[in-house]
Design a protein around this ligand. Structure first.
Ligand SMILES: Cc1cc2nc3c(=O)[nH]c(=O)nc-3n(C[C@H](O)[C@H](O)[C@H](O)COP(=O)(O)O)c2cc1C
Length: 242
């Protein structure tokens, strides 16, 4: 090509490539919109139906001693919802099955009663965690977060866990005496699992006893044989909170 320098040849070649790219993009069908990722705020909530949780991360995270060093209570939460993966990982840490062969859990219970249910109450509704299926079972649609505690921050925390004891799974135990002891220990173990997971995942959390248990049990439709023990709020830390 007489008169054309190497430089102008490569510029022209680049122009042709660009033109081809423009033609290809112009002729391509519009890219399908990415489906919105499910979060605590958008969980589908049809009572009785299950919501599958993604397989939990069972390795990694922060070294245990670092998580212990960082564990603390926080009552300030960013309004952002939590991704489904984080919710599932947190519930697995709380009381998920860590030995599939026996169905035993990350949290111990006396005589392996497994009587402590974990409810997840979000802007979308109330759900019961099913450890065996690593799934949520929708219990009640609507935003019940304010009913999970008497402190102001509770209504806006993206996730409020509610710990419920099923007395039918503690045969021969007097619910008013020994049952109270076991309920406290079982809930204490699970709340600490969640607190350490939160420290590891950079989440804020606080365990809460200031709960109208009767009223909350009513909202969740608990039978007389089940009772609310404790609650725990979880979310991303807000502002200056670590
Ligand atoms: C069983 C239990 C019940 C609690 N109840 C409440 C509560 O209702 N409201 C609240 O704001 N904090 C509550 N807390 C959080 C404590 O106030 C907090 O753990 C304590 O002040 C120590 O602070 P730290 O967790 O940062 O070490 C509770 C903690 C536990 C273990």
């Amino acid at each position: 090509m007489g008169g054309m320098s190497n430089g102008s040849r490569s510029v022209r070649a680049a122009g042709l490539v660009l033109l081809a790219a423009v033609v290809m993009v112009a002729g391509a069908p519009p890219a399908a919109a990415e489906p919105a990722a499910v979060t605590t705020a958008t969980l589908p909530c049809v009572p009785g139906e299950q919501v599958a949780l993604p397989p939990p991360a069972t390795t990694g995270g922060m070294p245990l001693l670092t998580a212990l060093a960082r564990r603390h209570s926080s009552r300030e939460f960013a309004p952002d919802p939590l991704p489904l993966q984080v919710l599932g990982d947190l519930l697995w840490a709380a009381t998920g099955v860590n030995r599939p062969g026996t169905g035993k859990r990350t949290a111990a219970t006396a005589r392996n009663w497994q009587n402590l249910h974990v409810y997840a109450v979000t802007a979308a509704g109330a759900f019961r965690y099913d450890p065996a299926g690593h799934a949520l079972v929708a219990v009640k649609a609507g935003d019940l977060r304010a009913a999970t505690g008497s402190q102001e921050f509770v209504a806006a925390a993206p996730l409020n866990l509610v710990y419920v004891s099923d007395l039918t799974k503690m045969p021969g135990v007097d619910a008013a005496t020994d049952g109270r002891f076991y309920d406290g220990v079982h809930a204490g173990i699970v709340t600490q699992n969640v607190s350490l997971f939160a420290a590891s995942a950079g989440l804020a959390t606080v365990v809460r006893a200031m709960v109208d248990r009767e009223a909350l049990g009513g909202e969740l439709g608990l039978p007389d044989t089940q009772r609310v023990i404790l609650a725990q709020s979880v979310g991303l830390p807000s502002g200056s909170e670590p």
